[in-house]
Design a protein around this ligand. Structure first.
Ligand SMILES: [Zn+2]
Length: 122
């Protein structure tokens, strides 16, 4: 035995007709095409400006980052042309410096962190 479909005459409408007039629908302005590859904000900030120096590696001397990458057991080399930061004898690639918080992408870092070294007397 096969089922039969019964169709009634009623339409599936349940709009309130006689109540309040519907507000005019707001058609949004056409959005500008999203940039397919937005340029990332590559700006970096140094919270402890007095401690750090920024360099471009230009010579043939082998320089190693003072931090190891997570999961790696060795100190990785900085490449010629690489931008790195130093503090006294320590040198760090930007990735490690970011990871350790020596650099930050937070433009408002000065609002979010409490200076650790300088203590101001009010
Ligand atoms: Zn590194």
């Amino acid at each position: 035995m096969s089922g039969m479909t019964l169709q009634g005459d009623f339409a599936p409408e349940d709009e309130p007709h006689d109540l309040e007039a519907e507000p005019t629908k707001i058609v949004p302005d056409p959005q500008p095409e999203p940039d397919p590859e937005p340029i990332p904000d590559a700006r970096l900030y140094v919270p402890e400006q007095e401690e750090w120096h920024v360099h471009i590696k230009r010579d043939s001397e082998k320089i190693y980052c003072y931090a190891k990458l997570p999961g790696e057991d060795w100190f990785h080399m900085l490449l010629n042309g690489e931008i790195y930061v130093s503090r006294q004898h320590e040198k760090y690639c930007l990735r490690c410096a970011l990871r350790h918080g020596y650099l930050t992408e937070d433009r408002l870092f000065w609002q979010h962190r409490v200076p650790q070294h300088r203590k101001r007397v009010l």
